[in-house]
Ligand binder design. Structure first.
Ligand SMILES: [Zn+2]
Length: 65
């Protein structure tokens, strides 16, 4: 009765990936925006948040199929 467990996907090579998410709406639709003096800022496409502070989230990339 272990056959079901044995059939689980064997993907041990999962690579944890870091994504940056918006601190306001949690969206990962961020893009880098260059600011002249202060360096770089992030810009959220969804809520238009602009700032240097974003939340780094670790996700498991499932090969994206
Ligand atoms: Zn946002």
């Amino acid at each position: 009765m272990i056959s079901i467990l044995a059939r689980r996907k064997e993907k041990k090579a999962k690579t944890p990936r870091k994504v940056l998410t918006c601190p306001q709406c949690g969206s990962a639709d961020l893009y880098y925006e260059a600011a002249l003096i202060t360096g770089y800022k992030y810009h959220c496409k969804k809520c238009n948040y602009i700032g240097a502070f974003v939340i780094e989230k670790e996700i498991e990339d499932d090969a994206g199929e």
